[in-house]
Design a protein around this ligand. Structure first.
Ligand code: 1PR
Length: 509
């Protein structure tokens, strides 16, 4: 039996799924007494440090938690729960942490993109059973903007490099906590959790580890999902967003099954885009939620879901906020959400009124012009002239699956989404989508230069060489593809094998 501390701030489904996969039964903490009677306590911290500490105080959980930790009872903290163990955080200077360990939490100070998102390595610093069965060159999944500075050198379990070296996990007696997400770190992460759960595992001495760890470039498989004309939910794929062939919606497979196959093949992330969600509200479109629930039981890498994350009033007059839609996706197993059409509308509002809330998938289309000052949008000189020989273009944002062009450009959209708090940008390109002709490097470079958050290059991959090209010629942190994987033209393993000598990638075990 594992006791799980869910303070209600986000996705704990992934952690529950990972623990259940390891054969455990999970019980949720309701009161402080549940903590005190736990045999093994897992605390997946989510979101903001200050909000987390406030909720722990409000629920009366701080004292029992500290008592549990000080009694050296088995504890595994994840991400913000690692940060909670320290004295304070730059993220919320007014509220102290638990102070179980001396030290603080600070923001990454680096010219690299922040958040630090993706698969990075680790350097083991003390003997631990956590490493049993690992060989030191695995990568683990991180997503964070803040990291801990631990003043107790003996408690540092691993460090990782990102701009500078930071503490990626701690261990003090039976208390273990990681900045990375073992529940989203594939087989390596499951092994690590299993090692924590089984106290009979052998303690392993720190092994020879890399001098410097490196963040891997991610390879992401994308599944565009919608109902076909028979009402079945299928993975489909368009050519420049047109998913019909001879009148029918293309059917390339079943979402849950395909996602699992891609996980097994070594995909670093899976993205589902509910492509007709602009007309079918996702909370009414329950099959999509079910797809997420089923997939997250067997896929232990990050799952992103996009489509229909917006405010909505149903036919009975019941109002749902975009946050409620996102929360339902998180509860069903999503680790990240992607906002497409609504991000465009929100940013238009910001441009016009100077204010708004919230964020990150961009669906632009090229508009060719004759000169750099032909429009008020940022224009680039292109090496691929338009149909009338135009040497310049701008990237027009679209909504509703490319059906409606807007008076807003992709570079401005990306920049303002980043300012509003988007964690990363999924950068599609309608001109390139489904063409197998390679990524739009000009678009990617223009957007990447405008933001300091990670950019996922998408649309147009037709060969393993195209992945090498996008990583060599742009600073994109990840590359996403759909068609070549669905049509089994180039499997994910082949892409990774092609890249592995030149580009830092996650080895898959
Ligand atoms: O606008 O917030 O409801 O979100 C809807 C989401 O659905 C958006 O993220 C939008 O990108 C996506 N979408 C809507 N219509 C389509 C369509 O194809 N008709 N798909 C669509 C977007 C692009 C990528 C594709 C890459 C790689 N498809 O998902 O996977 O272009 O393809 P390739 O490797 O085969 O070239 P909202």
């Amino acid at each position: 039996m594992i006791t799980l501390l869910d303070y209600g701030a986000g996705n704990v489904r992934s952690v529950i799924n990972a623990l259940e996969r390891l054969g455990e039964t999970v019980e949720l903490v309701e009161t402080g007494a549940d903590i005190l009677k736990a045999e093994r306590l897992v605390f997946p911290g989510v979101g903001n440090f200050g909000a987390m500490m406030h909720i722990l105080h409000d629920k009366g959980l701080v004292e029992p938690l500290l008592a549990y930790l000080q009694a050296d009872r088995p504890f595994f903290g994840i991400c913000v729960a690692l940060q909670a163990l320290f004295e304070n955080s730059e993220e919320a200077p007014d509220i102290p942490g638990l102070g179980f360990l001396p030290g603080r939490v600070q923001r990454f100070d680096t010219s690299l993109s922040v958040p630090h998102i993706g698969w990075n390595g680790y350097k083991a610093r003390q003997p631990s059973r956590i490493f049993a069965g690992l060989n030191g060159d695995e990568k683990l999944y991180f997503v964070h903007t803040f990291h801990v500075v631990c003043d107790d050198a003996d408690a540092i379990l691993t460090t990782t490099d990102y701009g500078s070296e930071f503490v990626s996990s701690i261990q003090k007696g039976n208390v273990v906590a990681t900045q990375f997400h073992p529940e989203k770190s594939g087989r390596t992460g499951l092994q690590l959790l299993a090692n924590f759960l089984d106290s009979s595992r052998q303690v392993i001495q720190p092994q020879a580890c890399p001098q410097t760890t490196k963040l891997a470039k991610r390879i992401i498989a994308c599944l565009d999902v919608r109902s076909n004309d028979q009402g079945d939910l299928v993975v489909t794929k368009g050519d420049q967003y047109d998913v019909r062939e001879k009148g029918d919606v293309r059917n390339l497979g079943k979402p849950v099954q395909l996602a699992e196959e891609y996980y097994q093949q070594g995909a670093d992330e899976i993205t589902f885009l509910n492509i007709t969600a602009f007309r079918d509200f996702p909370l009414e479109d329950m099959p999509m939620i079910e797809v997420l629930r089923q997939t997250s039981k067997n896929v232990f890498v990050p799952l992103t879901i996009g489509g229909g994350i917006r405010d909505f009033t149903d036919r009975n007059g019941k109002h749902y906020s975009a946050l409620e839609v996102a929360a339902e996706y998180f509860r069903s197993g999503a680790d990240k959400i992607s906002i497409g059409s609504d991000a465009v509308l929100i940013v238009e509002d910001v441009v016009q009124t100077g204010k708004a809330t919230g964020m990150s998938s961009i669906d632009p289309r090229r508009v060719y012009v004759d000169s750099p000052d032909a429009v008020r949008h940022p224009v680039i000189e292109t090496a691929f002239p338009g149909p009338k020989g135009e040497g310049y273009c701008w990237y027009q944002c679209t909504i509703k699956g490319g059906r409606e062009g807007r008076d807003l450009d992709a570079v401005t959209l990306a920049r303002i989404c980043a300012e509003l708090g988007a964690g990363e940008i999924l950068l599609n390109c309608i001109d390139k989508d489904g063409t197998n002709s390679g990524f739009d490097l000009e678009l990617i470079n223009a957007v990447r230069a405008a933001v300091s958050i990670p950019v996922i290059a998408s649309s147009g991959a037709g060969s393993a060489e195209h992945f090498l090209e996008v990583f060599a010629e742009t600073d994109a942190e990840a590359a996403l593809a759909a068609g070549i994987f669905h049509r089994k033209e180039v499997p994910i393993g082949e892409v990774k094998a092609y890249l592995e000598d030149t580009i830092e990638i996650r080895p898959t075990y």
